[in-house]
Design a protein around this ligand. Sequence first.
Ligand code: NDP
Ligand code: OXD
Length: 308
Amino acid sequence: MTRIVLLSQDSDLSELRRVMQLKAPDISVHLPGEADAHLADVAVCWNPPQGSLGALKNLRLVHSLAAGVDHLRTDNSCPDVPVCRVVDPDLRRGMAEYVLWGVLHHHRHFDQMLANQAQGRWREPVQRPASSWTIGVMGLGDLGAHVAELLASLSFNVRGWARSSKTIANLSTWAGPEQFGDFLNGVDCLICLMPLTDETHGILNASTFSQLNSGAVVINCGRGGHVVMDDLLQALASDTLSAALLDVFEHEPLAADDPLWQTPGLTITPHIASSATHECIAEQVIANVSRLNNNLALHNQVNTRAGY
Ligand code: NDP
Ligand code: OXD
């Protein structure tokens, strides 16, 4: 019998357990510490506690309950087993909604109008056509490609950058570190939708910001580790960047007394750009458990060597 254990050092996964158990009564779903949890052969994780994966002697599959898998690094005891992640059309749509809000907020100057309202100031910003704004999307995977296509369909001038070269309708694309500078040159709004890996860590830094158009906007929905925060604050203070929208942070939740909350030009959201429902996560895990048990290729398996 397959046993699943749900592992997280900071999230309550009891509701996910309830939904999973409802959808697959023949599978035992455990929380850590329960009898037989240590016998689990499948682990479903978000920031698993250090040592928790290595302690599972029967482990055959690690499943992220999210799109990203960088959080698995909180436990470096993970044995060499397949790792899968969640890929979902609703997650994709949710991300597109969030990014579109962020783009319009800045492109149509709603940020300035909200500040003006607080001061009782009636000021009409100049309206710019979408085509006058160049948007660069870093990461053209499941989420980034969809976001880029949506923005291009609204007449923004969209370009994308990924690790490998791509052909996507209505988009100019660049690939690899050697083409990064060409990709950045001329960008008014930079959107990060990359996974956090050794190669992408700290990629939103002073050098990157300095290659964008002056007064550019940065939107980061990837991971907090992509941003060199001191460089971002300096770029905002010097008007290299006019604004930034950050959904993800190196340490979450952001502490109530963190000075970032009060930084002019910075909009903060609490890692809500998009998330999969419990139903979706449960269905994808259960489908992969069945595939594992029947020796079929797993869905959405991660390339653990590339780190995403
Ligand atoms: P995918 O794996 O589908 O796509 C990743 C993209 O990033 C690919 O295009 C890949 O290139 C590119 N990439 C990876 N490494 C590099 C590199 N070194 N240089 C250039 N490009 C690179 O991931 P998703 O689109 O599903 O998700 C992306 C990330 O979004 C997640 O890892 C997660 O961190 C974040 N996320 C955030 C959420 C939020 O609420 N804030 C919600 C969901 C996800 P290539 O195509 O060549 O492989
Ligand atoms: C994810 C996330 O990776 O929620 O899915 O950040």
